[in-house]
Design a protein. Structure first.
Length: 573
């Protein structure tokens, strides 16, 4: 349906209406627009498309397809691009310090482009890990009618008659280092694991946040699990463009959709899918943009009572393509709502409630990926929050697929990931140890690196559940094993993790949600007196600026005061 809009109440009036805006309009005439087209609402199509990795290579085409939907609805599409840092390529070296920082840069750059050009609505396209929350953070910050579109997952590769993902390639590196496979197997696997366009195939961070997009109401129903190579992605983009015009006509905004209850729904989906621990970092950051208090401990409370229902990698068997074939995120939400785990009255971008959308879905009893919430894989979620003397500000662990939920052992301390990875490669890690990687937090890294190279190497050596690993950094959604991240306060703030010495006993219990350091307080006090802050290698540039502004992980590692300190909302300028 094509709407007629009164631009006198829309932001784009500042660049297109009135005699004083003649210079502004001259630029639009230069791009071939007509007087009638300039009089329409201006709709931003923000794409994280680029040639950095297969996660992002289809995004520009999808954003361009959305133009048709915007035009059908009476709008004028304006596409622009933002950056991404692709974790699979940034992993295991200094490049990973840029990953979480990129989330803020993406949100900031989308905000600045929309503000600078006075766009009235937004459709955002993202594919790789941090670009998803970054795009949704911008939507909540700007609060103009918005729809989030995920570029879609990669299809699984085939290796020796089984499905594989990039996780298998990271783990084969560990097997090769342990002498358990020839180099030829590494080369053979790396060539087939990623067969085309799309984001990493398991329930890693990208697919976890794609599920969040639907659960929180910012994405069209059952749109995000469609794999990137499928031709139906084009129609999803067109539909998003058309639907954002409906939202503009009805003045339905992201903060109308993303309420406290919607964030609780999103946390349920992270836990029920055994999703990435990064969900517990990104949900608080998104809530911060909407002025909602929703920190790691709020997320962890939801996790405690959520059944683990979707049998997805890395803890389970299946990949995103299989989730789509089984009925997608809405099939999972169907059973969770039926058992009282979701708030069905939350508004979504369809203009209907989540419950009304779910009513259109018929439960498929024949699929094998999504368990009925009455008979889940395990009665509590695949992700668990921890707290204790080692982590007063909390920590997070993915337990999906773990056989044991308790671990105790002596600490083996490293002050950066490189030191630890070298010890792993040299087979210098002993069974029963609790590996500690510190000074990798948001401020101390800076940038809170993920540790997939190290955890995958441990798994490839057969040590995945024979040791535990704790860090003030993060883990990839592809990480498996007893790996605890987001430990806070971080070492750079002289949190307890900074005071651990080799041999200190550490106790972790993912059933009770505790993580404790068995060292007397007077001993810790003496160590605290002797502690000296480390000097960062990053004395300038984006990483320096990030370190000066970033807050604690349990609040989302955000860099500004958020909606609570707003004096105006962009949408109302």
């Amino acid at each position: 349906m094509t709407h007629t809009f009164d631009k006198s109440k829309l932001p784009s009036r500042h660049v297109s209406v009135g005699p004083e805006r003649a210079p502004h309009r001259s630029y639009y005439y230069a791009m071939g627009l007509t007087e009638e087209e300039i009089a329409r609402p201006f709709v931003a199509l923000a794409s994280a498309g680029n040639d950095s990795a297969p996660c992002n290579t289809t995004l520009d085409a999808q954003a361009d397809a959305a133009r048709r939907g915007v035009e059908q609805g009476g709008g004028m599409p304006r596409r622009f691009n933002t950056i991404t840092v692709t974790d699979g390529i940034a992993m295991g070296h200094q490049g990973m310090k840029a990953s979480l920082v990129s989330r803020e840069v993406i949100a900031d750059s989308v905000e600045l482009s929309v503000r600078g050009h006075c766009y009235d609505a937004l459709v955002g396209f993202a594919g790789c890990d941090k670009s998803l929350p970054g795009m949704m953070m911008a939507m909540l910050r700007l609060n103009i009618p918005s729809i989030f579109v995920y570029g879609g997952s990669i299809l699984p590769g085939r290796f020796h008659d089984r499905d594989v993902t990039v996780k298998d390639v990271f783990e084969v590196v560990g097997r090769y280092a342990a002498g358990n496979c020839p180099l030829s197997e590494v080369h053979e696997l790396e060539r087939v694991a990623c067969p085309g366009h799309g984001a990493c195939g398991g329930q890693y961070t990208a697919n976890t946040m794609a599920c969040v997009g639907e659960a929180i109401g910012l994405s069209l129903p059952n749109s995000n699990m469609v794999p990137a190579p499928y031709t139906t992605r084009e129609q999803i983009a067109v539909s998003a463009g058309a639907q954002v015009m409906e939202l503009l006509a009805r003045n339905i905004r992201p903060r109308d959709i993303c309420t406290r209850q919607a964030f609780e729904n999103a946390a349920r989906i992270v836990a029920a899918t055994g999703g990435s621990t990064n969900g517990a970092l990104h949900l608080p950051a998104m809530a911060h943009e909407a002025g909602i208090e929703f920190d790691l401990f709020d997320v962890a409370e939801i996790f405690k009572t959520t059944p683990y229902c979707a049998d997805l990698q890395p803890g389970g068997q299946y990949v995103a393509r299989d989730m789509y074939d089984a009925g997608g995120v809405y099939m999972l939400m169907k059973t969770l709502l039926a058992e009282g785990f979701l708030h069905g009255d939350c508004l979504t971008v369809t203009g209907k409630t989540l419950g009304e959308n779910i009513d259109q879905v018929t439960w498929n009893p024949d699929q094998k990926v999504i368990y009925d919430a009455k008979t889940p894989i395990t009665p509590t979620g695949g992700v668990v929050g921890l707290r204790g003397t080692l982590a007063p500000e909390g920590a997070i662990v993915k337990v999906a697929g773990l056989h044991h939920l308790q671990f105790a052992g002596p600490a083996r301390v490293f002050d950066c990931e490189e030191e630890c990875f070298a010890a792993v490669e040299a087979r210098q890690i002993n069974e029963g140890e609790v590996i500690v990687i510190r000074y990798e937090g948001p401020k101390g890294g800076p940038g809170m690196r993920e540790m997939l190279s190290t955890t995958a190497a441990l798994y490839g050596q057969g040590m995945g559940e024979k040791v535990a690993l704790i860090t003030d950094g993060r883990f990839s959604g592809a990480t498996r094993g007893f790996c605890i991240g987001h430990v806070g306060p971080e070492a750079a703030d002289c949190g307890p993790i900074a005071l651990i010495a080799d041999g200190d006993m550490i106790r972790i219990d993912a059933e009770t949600g505790t993580i404790d350091l068995d060292v007397a307080e007077d001993v810790l006090a003496e160590r605290r007196k002797a502690w000296k802050a480390r000097v960062s290698d990053y004395g300038s540039g984006a990483l320096w600026r990030y370190a000066q502004n970033v807050g604690p992980a349990y609040k989302g590692a955000v860099t500004h005061p958020g909606a609570a300190a707003e004096t105006h909302v962009y949408a109302d300028i």
